[in-house]
Design a protein around this ligand. Structure first.
Ligand code: P6P
Length: 345
């Protein structure tokens, strides 16, 4: 008989069918003082994820339906999928009364809540469709999100509410639109994965309490930039490849889609690296809505994340769309990066 998990008034075993809504309620029940606002944000994000999944699944029909920027057979103007995903999230989240502002990779400025809707005590930051250039070749893409508590005075959200270090996050997650659609999130009580059953339109608990192996099998890095790395970064990559005899070689797996590379490493153990290079001195990935949410998840799964000199979640942001060098994954492998890059400031 599989073990029974109980929390609050719910009990289920590893073979129980548990929807994400029920799981969210179970987690909320552990906090008697919870108002349900954070749970509401997660419900609405799960809805947005289903809507985006529906669009992504049909992307391959663009030539029949009309590619982005052109008109489709119905004469409707086709939008780029990342613009569509952005609009889906904004429209799903702007009226729930839980948020006081949003920020998106797709929009330069923060997104205000329309005047007719109540303001809440949280802000949401997101990358609506990361890696969208991969869609045309059917490579998995993802949505990444981060939730922070409002810290500025008054009811309106401001950019100051967004510029908090990642350890202030109250929730974070991602959706991967791959061979199946999965939503992985954390509220600080572990990292949990849900797989969408398209036949019933429900996210079902498939990966409770994810744990990342302490030592990785996979190295995910684009070594086309090797000539632009510093010498300590080059030495680090030689270490991961087993070329200096200090560690057995890792298998290189690089999809070029952050969520796909991260998800594989989270489940199988590995390290994803996007170092700074002379072409992008602060790296490529965005701190607030790419690096921080995944760093929260990986730490909840027993992993780690650094920019080489500092824990990712401790970086104090100064700009909404700032970038950060990124080494994330299995704890022991991130520790090697920290040791070898300590002086590489
Ligand atoms: P490169 C996709 O454009 C993205 O933002 C991430 O999803 C991915 O990890 C990275 O860029 C790939 O960048 O420079 O290796 O093509």
């Amino acid at each position: 008989m599989p073990p029974t998990r109980t929390s609050g008034t719910f009990a289920h075993t590893d073979t129980s069918v548990v929807t994400i809504d029920r799981f969210i309620i179970e987690q909320e029940e552990r906090y008697p003082e919870a108002t349900g606002e954070l749970s509401g944000i997660l419900y609405d994000l799960a809805l947005a994820a289903k809507m985006i999944a529906n669009k992504v699944r049909r992307a391959g029909l663009a030539d029949i339906l009309g590619a982005a920027g052109s008109d489709n057979v119905q004469g409707e103007a086709q939008q780029k999928l990342d613009v569509i995903a952005n609009e889906i999230i904004v429209k799903a989240m702007d009226h729930g009364g839980r948020l006081c502002a949003m920020a998106s990779e797709e929009e330069e400025e923060i997104i205000a809540i329309p005047p007719q809707f109540r303001r809440g005590k949280y802000v949401l930051l997101f990358d609506p469709l990361d890696g969208s250039s991969n869609i045309d070749v059917n490579v998995p893409v993802g949505t990444i999100f981060s939730v922070l508590r409002k810290v500025s005075p008054g009811t309106e959200g401001t950019v100051d509410d967004m510029l908090q270090p990642g350890h202030q996050q109250v929730a974070a997650g991602y959706v991967i639109y791959g061979s199946s659609t999965m939503l992985v999130y954390t509220t600080g009580q572990g990292a949990h994965g849900f797989t969408l059953d398209p036949s019933i339109g429900e996210f079902l608990l498939s990966h409770p309490d994810i744990r990342i192996p302490p030592k990785g099998r996979y190295l995910s890095v684009n070594d086309a930039y090797e000539q632009h790395w510093t010498e300590p970064v080059r030495a680090l990559m030689r270490r991961y490849r087993g070329l200096d005899g200090q560690r057995e070689a890792m298998n290189v797996r690089y999809v070029g889609s952050l969520v796909a590379d991260f998800h594989r490493n989270l489940l199988g153990g590995g390290l994803f690296a996007y170092p700074a290079n002379t072409k992008s001195p602060t790296g490529k990935l965005r701190l607030l809505y790419e690096c921080n949410p995944l760093a929260f998840i990986v730490e909840q799964a027993g992993g780690a994340s650094t920019n080489g000199q500092q824990r990712t979640l401790d970086i104090v942001p100064t700009k909404l769309h700032e970038r950060a060098p990124y080494f994330i994954g299995s704890k022991d492998d991130v520790a090697i990066a920290t040791a070898m890059l300590a002086t590489d400031a």
